[in-house]
Design a protein around this ligand. Structure first.
Ligand code: C5P
Length: 227
């Protein structure tokens, strides 16, 4: 069997990472969560006062980008790679609501995208990779053998996200989560650099009415057709 590249794109909270992790495990591939990379850069900007409640100093972030060091290190307990920002495991911090509220602004900065996309391309050089994000099938791996585009209704997505955050003990309301999901979709689809758009050769999967298992079965057989 040959190794392929699997690109999974789609709107916020469509379950991209769930299926990407399952696939990587089943196929013995590397899984890369590119959203974690944009989130980690956002956390860096927040920790260094480049982002406050209502201001964003893009220039300061651009200037400091060379000192933002990102690494993925496999975590036995998690079963996937955790992200490290300048040597610190930030896997938990980057999932919090305040990071979600700022990440799409940071992801609209071309210099940030350039840096992260070039790291992503290097990670995929040897194929055997499942990468999820917003621009994987369009920008990072336009030649990926399998491209998936995940969708689900905003209500469904916000509901899943809300449960997940609530389960982690974070104090958020459904309305706040719903607003974040819709706002990010809007910013991600309308930004100038690498907007979220379905690649022409991607397969769209609406999982509003699919269970995690059903979705996995469908996607695994799509992958096997290519391998
Ligand atoms: O995937 P996740 O929801 O964690 O991504 C967080 C944010 O990072 C997205 O809303 C988007 O603004 C940005 N992102 C991106 N390109 C990617 C992955 C994520 O712009 N490839």
């Amino acid at each position: 069997t040959k190794k392929i590249t699997i690109a999974i794109d789609g709107f916020s909270s469509t379950g991209k990472s769930t299926v990407a992790k399952q696939l990587a495990k089943e196929l013995g591939y590397v899984y890369v969560d590119t959203g974690a990379m944009y989130r980690a850069v956002s956390l860096y900007a927040m920790n260094n006062s480049m982002i406050t409640e209502n201001s964003f100093d893009r220039e300061a972030l651009i200037e400091k980008l060379p000192s933002v060091n990102l690494k993925f290190i496999f975590d036995e307990n998690l079963g996937f790679a955790a992200i490290y920002l300048n040597g610190e495991n930030v896997e938990e911090q980057i999932r919090k609501m305040d990071v979600s509220n700022h990440v799409s602004k940071v992801a609209s900065v071309s210099e940030v995208r350039e840096k992260l996309v070039s790291l992503q391309k290097i990670m995929g050089e040897e194929k055997g990779i499942v990468m999820d994000g917003r621009d994987i099938g369009t920008v990072v791996f336009p030649n990926a053998e399998l491209k998936l585009f995940m969708t689900a209704s905003p209500e469904e997505r916000a509901g899943r996200r809300f449960k997940e955050l609530e389960g982690k003990g974070e104090k958020v309301s459904y309305d706040e989560v719903f607003k974040n999901v819709v706002d990010r979709d809007h910013m991600d689809t309308t930004r100038e650099d690498s907007p979220l758009v379905m690649a022409e050769d991607a397969i769209e999967i609406d999982n509003s009415f699919l269970t995690v298992e059903e979705q996995f079965d469908i996607i695994l057989s799509l992958a096997k057709e290519k391998i």
